[in-house]
Design a protein around this ligand. Structure first.
Ligand code: HXC
Length: 254
């Protein structure tokens, strides 16, 4: 099994488990990860998903051995990497908990999650230029939107590594923890997210995602319409009533 799944209450942890290749992402790993996560995504009892790797490697990239001998036509006909679109279509909030190497497709997978938490030992990079190619799982686009053009160019054109500290400073990473605390701290945050109503959490992440896609005017309109729509939810009535009645809300998680 390339993916290990653990449940901690309403939090699901998906751990990449291909240690012999430092969790390199071949087609089998991708398909297994996505099919396991799709089941969790549609489960109302799962309020947040953590994607993690090992202490040494979150993932050392797409699988170079799988790609090496492919022709242009094979890549084009297979629409290689398009399978990852299904990962991006998952609606449950996802946190990447990154320890060790997050290179190439590993860094890109982390960026497909809604936020990245890193161990202080984590190392990020888009080294594809050293292989004679460029990032192919969204790296040129997502890294640029997350850390800006100049720094993304620096990373992608040199192939250099970025430490967890620099990644946090640059806005790639939301929080950094000592390596030994990473999973525990990430679970604590995931539990907070999972304690809210799943519809509001899904709506919140989907709306933030639109900020990367739309103009400000379109994005604000999208936000307003989603905000209006949430007034059809029981969680809105419960959340606001609980505030006024000075008690904890009991969200429905549906
Ligand atoms: C396939 C990989 C791999 C990868 C590591 N391995 N990374 N196999 N694809 N991306 C394998 C090695 O071949 C080796 O297998 C085993 O994992 C252990 O790796 P080592 O190199 O021996 O470990 P270490 O010396 O600790 O070095 C770790 C490392 C190095 C610095 C992370 O493995 C490395 O540089 N990996 C490649 C990183 C990279 O370029 N990633 C981007 C890939 S391209 P054996 O069988 O020899 O023991 C990509 C996007 C592609 O992600 C998009 C455009 C097409």
């Amino acid at each position: 099994m390339n993916i290990l799944i653990e449940r901690v209450g309403r939090v699901a942890i998906a751990q990449l488990n291909r240690p012999e290749a430092l969790n390199a992402l071949n087609s089998e790993v991708m398909q297994e990860l996505i099919s396991r996560l799709q089941l969790l995504d549609s489960d109302p009892e799962v309020g947040c998903i953590i994607v993690t790797g090992s202490e040494k490697a979150f993932a050392a990239g797409a699988d170079i051995k799988e790609m090496k001998d492919k022709s242009f036509l094979q890549m084009f006909n297979e629409d290689f990497f398009s399978g990852w679109d299904a990962f991006c279509a998952l609606r449950t909030p996802k946190i990447a908990a990154v320890s060790g190497y997050a290179f190439g497709g590993g860094c890109e997978l982390a960026m497909m999650c809604d936020m990245i938490f890193a161990a202080d030992s984590a190392s990020f990079g888009q080294p594809e230029i050293k292989l004679g190619v460029i990032p192919g799982m969204g790296g040129t686009q997502r890294l640029t939107k997350l850390i800006g053009k100049s720094k993304a160019m620096d990373m992608i054109l040199t192939g250099r590594k970025m430490s967890a500290e620099e990644a946090e400073r640059s806005g790639l990473v939301a929080r950094v923890f000592p390596a030994k605390d990473l999973l525990r701290e990430t679970i604590s945050v995931a539990e907070v997210i999972a304690s809210y109503g799943k519809p509001s959490a899904m709506a919140a992440r989907e709306t933030v995602e639109q900020a990367l896609e739309l103009s400000l005017r379109e994005g604000v309109l999208f936000e307003r319409r989603v905000f209006h729509a949430l007034f059809a939810s029981e969680d809105q009535k419960e959340g606001m009533s609980a505030f006024i009645e000075k008690r904890e809300p009991a969200f429905k998680h549906r």
